[in-house]
Design a protein around this ligand. Structure first.
Ligand code: SF4
Length: 343
């Protein structure tokens, strides 16, 4: 009953999205990885750019890492873009260019977790694996009154077992699409429209005044503060000094200006950046960029400098071709342009 009502709601209310009109596992995989990062409206242009640049999984496997990161620029969590390419290479070599069709093989790809594997297996191959994301947790916990924490292993197990009893084996794809769409469009985190809901009569949360209390989460996210002070060096030709970010950390493999990082605000950033006041052209106030697990604080110090052959100095035009973090991209567009030669 739950499934029929849900699927029928879906057919009447679904949004038309390009990855819904395909069974191509590559396109479905790409869309799912992008949608883990962002909302549909923001994710759509990224999906279209990726498909245009890399129409097949093999073309993605052959791309340069910088190209992939550049296309991903602005989405955040750049390890996902690197995993995407790593997985594409596995498909190209281990599976001879054909996307795997068995759940366990799909799950073996780098960056593909249970949720994504279930989405690909059901949407592309009609395999009855239920998806479990934030939308699904919300709908199930509210309708069935599940109070187990959704970020606990006991909670996840209970939800998955229950979904296995609901998912119809003859049309798992529609069920999975429907429950996610219902959570995204109707049973929303705040102010869901319970009065106009197809589950109004049987919904536990709506009938027990618990809509705002479900789903339950156990852990609170502890955020870490990070302060980045960037030194933006310009030579007399207006070339800019950049470097590639190394190490297993945020923005790995992307390009940035040399910088100093600190867990607290610095009293004297000029000293730490080794900047003499005479060479300083300008600096920005500290700004904030909030990520799920980190609070990023940052500021830029633009200085006159003398370029050297051993470092990476690039022209303004060239700089725009490099993948850079969003905060640097914004700085280039808003501030650095003031200093650069106009074409
Ligand atoms: S009645 Fe309200 S809480 Fe229950 S499923 Fe519908 S929208 Fe969600």
């Amino acid at each position: 009953m739950f499934s029929e009502k849900l699927i029928s709601w879906y057919h009447q209310n679904k949004r038309e999205l390009p990855w819904r009109n395909t069974r191509d596992p590559y396109k479905i995989w790409l869309s799912e990885i992008i949608l883990q990062q962002t909302r549909v409206e923001q994710g759509l242009p990224y999906y279209q750019k990726f498909i245009a640049a890399f129409p097949t999984v093999v073309s993605l496997a052959k791309a340069k890492e910088d190209e992939v990161l550049k296309l991903w620029q602005g989405l955040g969590y750049y390890s996902r873009a690197r995993n995407l390419q790593h997985a594409a290479k596995s498909v190209a070599t281990d599976f001879k260019g054909k996307f795997p069709s068995e759940y366990k093989d799909i799950l073996s790809l780098k960056g593909v977790g249970e949720y994504t594997a279930a989405a690909i297996a059901s949407f592309s191959y009609d395999l009855p694996y239920p998806v479990l994301d934030g939308n699904v947790f919300r709908v199930i916990s509210r309708v069935y009154g599940f109070h187990e924490a959704i970020d606990s292993s006991i909670g996840k197990k209970k939800f998955i077992e229950h979904l296995h009893t609901l998912i119809p084996h003859k049309d798992p794809a529609s069920f999975n699409q429907a429950i996610m769409e219902f959570g995204a469009m109707h049973c929303t985190p705040k102010n869901p429209d319970c009065n106009a809901c197809i589950f109004k009569s049987e919904c536990y949360a709506a009938n027990n005044d618990k809509v705002d209390l479900l789903p339950v989460k156990e852990k609170k996210i502890v955020k870490r503060d990070r302060y980045f002070y960037y030194k933006v060096s310009l030579d007399s030709e207006k070339n800019i000094l950049i470097q590639k970010r190394k190490g297993k950390d945020i923005w790995e493999g992307m390009y940035e200006f040399p910088n100093v990082e600190s867990p607290v605000q610095l009293d004297n950033p000029l000293k730490e950046l080794n900047i003499n006041k005479k060479e300083l052209l300008s600096f920005s106030e500290i700004q904030k960029h909030l990520l799920t697990h980190q609070n990023i604080y940052f500021s830029f110090y633009v200085v006159k400098a003398i370029s050297s052959k051993k470092d990476l100095w690039v022209s303004a035009e060239k700089l725009l071709e490099y993948p850079v973090p969003k905060i640097i991209q914004d700085f280039i567009h808003k501030t650095l342009n003031l200093y650069l030669p106009h074409k």
